[in-house]
Design a protein around this ligand. Structure first.
Ligand code: SF4
Ligand code: MG
Length: 266
């Protein structure tokens, strides 16, 4: 016999399948007009709609930052955690109920600075979580400081003479840490994001989606729409994403080739 909670969940799922529920929540995104995050939001919403997984079976987990607000703008269950801790919280959600589809979202400051120590461990444990790393190479929410993925020489109010540290490459890190599925994407291509997400969600194990995006308010020089459109391009036609050696070579020689960089069935 079904429990009352199960009956309610079935009713919600039926309503959702009838099209009355959408992955977009009633809370409209509060990101700045023109922010790249709108493209990622579109890509993830279209993925969720295509997968036809009931919204009651999906959880979106975030840390802190402009990307941290994401769960408010999604009709899935959500968890807005503390700075840098989206991945351990998402791990807990997935272990608590392995039937859930779990998305973790966060920016480059959240995921590569204070949260950078969590990426190797979720990858080596191969937790079946889908991590969207919104990489605009800047701290947006705190008004434009350099992040671990800012290129050397980045000038901001917090680094008026230019940064002196080398940037981190999240795609390369994910390969080195042994992630099962690694894609590099662009916020200006929501369709490409949707396609990679669908493939990555279906691939068992930890999937990371390293998404180049813009902060139109605080970065007028580096990851602008014009630059990212000019620099990014598809992977070579004969590219084989199951070849880890080729994946390393590709990422070491080209920062801006986009698509599924690596995948394995693990
Ligand atoms: Fe987007 Fe930058 Fe505005 Fe944050 S501050 S919402 S990253 S444009
Ligand atoms: Mg950022």
């Amino acid at each position: 016999m079904k429990t009352p909670a199960r009956v309610l969940a079935d009713q919600v799922n039926q309503i959702q399948k009838s099209g009355r529920f959408s992955p977009r929540s009633a809370s409209l995104p509060t990101w700045c007009p023109g922010c790249g995050y709108f493209g990622i939001h579109q890509g993830l919403n279209d993925c969720i709609s295509s997968l036809e997984i009931p919204l009651t079976q999906i959880v979106t987990v975030s840390g802190i930052g402009c990307a941290g607000r994401y769960p408010f703008f999604s009709n899935t269950y959500g968890l807005h955690t503390v700075h840098g801790r989206a991945l351990p919280a998402a791990t807990g959600v997935k272990l608590g109920n392995p039937n859930l589809t779990v998305f973790a979202v966060g920016g480059d400051g959240d995921g590569l600075a204070i949260g950078g120590g969590h990426l190797p461990h979720i990858a080596r444990r191969n937790i079946n979580v889908n991590y969207l790393l919104f990489d605009n190479s800047i701290y947006g929410l705190t008004k434009g400081q350099p992040s671990p993925s800012s290129p050397m020489g980045t000038k901001t109010k917090a680094s008026p003479y230019g940064t002196v540290d080398k940037p981190l490459n999240a795609t390369l890190m994910a390969l080195a840490y042994g992630a099962s599925f690694v894609a590099r994407l662009f916020a200006g291509d929501p369709k490409g994001i949707t396609e990679a997400l669908i493939e990555g969600v279906r691939n068992p194990g930890f999937s990371i989606f390293h998404i180049y995006t813009t902060c139109v308010t605080f970065d007028k020089n580096f990851k602008t729409w014009a630059h990212l459109k000019e620099w990014t391009h598809a992977l070579p036609q004969d590219y084989d994403p199951t070849d880890l050696g080729r994946a390393f070579n590709e990422v070491l020689k080209d920062d801006f080739s986009l698509g599924v960089i690596f995948k394995r069935d693990a």
